[in-house]
Write a protein that binds this ligand. Structure first.
Ligand SMILES: NC(=O)c1ccc[n+]([C@@H]2O[C@H](COP(=O)([O-])OP(=O)(O)OC[C@H]3O[C@@H](n4cnc5c(N)ncnc54)[C@H](OP(=O)(O)O)[C@@H]3O)[C@@H](O)[C@H]2O)c1
Length: 330
């Protein structure tokens, strides 16, 4: 079926500048960690990407090992690009990463120059692209010198295989050091990708300040705590949910009574704002100064539509914020 995207696709989305760079990212970005692997239904993934693009989502986030099996999310996204989105390549910001385990032996994990450069070459083949827009080091490596890892990122930009580079899961001091090395090399660090949600607020303490000082953008992953911050688990664990599936990274043990009590209270607060809990959770992360984009996951088109509708109300009163904090402290 020929894809003809909606002419109105840029009307409903907000685009935020990524740090002090020239690049703008949509307030809602879509990640392909779950639901685009070979274990998933290809046409469902394709439908979600098409709907996302129609709603102004221009940024799609991947990693070498998304699937399962590893690599299959990139391959499937490559197929969707070829079928639907190649004519719109210049309207898309596509990212991928390396840093977690990808292939056996000493060269398929962590942060060596050997791993990062080989991994991106493999990703480009799977995606069917000549370059990605953003390439990330996926997590800090306690053993490889940071100069080597950042040197590999700089090399990747200079060889035209990525337009920008970023880091993920780096702590504040590691972030400062990485930014300093990259600046010296002449390839600024564009973006940091940390986890951030109502349930996990670690970046508020220091990281957000570091990113603002350094002029680095911030795209926050798992803003719905993998789906916990929705009404989905209030009545048990649906079999088609991430926690219900065998290959999902959310474990049944994460659905605790204490968390569900908080979710029930947050759900009521969201209803008072005329939002779903998922929408309130997204609005909350986006209301934090310094957050460029909320990087969501989805298993159906409706999730993407819900997320984009969250942008209709990003304001919180002092009273609402206090009530949310009280629930989270309970
Ligand atoms: N840098 C890193 O280390 C790292 C780590 C993790 C993720 N990421 C990136 O962040 C992206 C997002 O992560 P995530 O998938 O954990 O994000 P998330 O947005 O916290 O969770 C997405 C899941 O929440 C559920 N959901 C979404 N919208 C919903 C709605 N309106 N109502 C009810 N449930 C809803 C769906 O779960 P069901 O599938 O159960 O329906 C969906 O799969 C990833 O794809 C990846 O690109 C990066």
């Amino acid at each position: 079926m020929f894809f003809s995207p909606k002419k109105s696709r840029y009307a409903a989305m907000t685009y935020n500048r990524c740090g002090k760079s020239g690049l703008k990212l949509p307030a809602i970005s879509l990640g392909l960690w779950h639901n685009w692997g070979d274990v998933d239904v290809f046409e469902n993934g394709r439908k979600m990407i098409r709907r996302a693009f129609d709603l102004g989502i221009t940024h799609f986030d991947l990693a070498n090992n998304y699937g399962p099996p590893y690599g299959s999310a990139e391959e499937n996204f490559g197929r969707i690009l070829r079928k639907d989105l190649y004519p719109y390549r210049d309207e898309l910001t596509i990212s991928t990463k390396a840093g977690w385990d990808m292939w056996p032996g000493p060269y398929g994990d962590f942060g060596s120059r050997k791993y990062l450069i080989a991994s991106l070459d493999q990703s480009l083949i799977r995606l069917g692209l000549e370059y990605v827009d953003i390439f990330y080091h996926h997590r800090p490596d306690p053993e490889t010198p940071l100069e080597e890892t950042m040197g590999a990122l700089d090399h990747i930009v200079r060889t035209g295989k990525a337009l920008y580079v970023g880091i993920s899961q780096y702590h504040p001091e590691q972030t400062r050091q990485a930014a300093r090395i990259l600046r010296k090399l002449g390839t600024p660090c564009l973006i940091h990708q940390p986890n951030y949600s109502l349930f996990d607020r670690w970046i508020e303490k220091e990281l957000l300040g570091v990113l603002q000082d350094e002029g680095i953008g911030c795209i926050v992953f798992s803003p719905l705590a993998q789906g916990l911050l929705s009404d989905k688990y209030l009545k048990g664990i649906p079999s088609d949910s991430r926690a219900g599936k065998e290959h999902g990274y959310l474990s049944r043990d994460d659905i605790t009574q204490q968390k569900m009590a908080m979710v029930a209270s947050l759900n009521k607060l969201a209803q008072e704002r005329n939002q779903s809990l998922a929408q309130m959770a997204l609005a909350w992360v986006l209301s934090k100064p310094g957050v460029t984009s909320a990087l969501i996951g989805a298993s159906r088109v409706g999730h993407i539509e819900d997320a984009v509708s969250a942008l209709e109300n990003l304001e919180f009163t002092e009273g609402e914020l206090k009530k949310i904090d009280l629930v989270l402290a309970s």
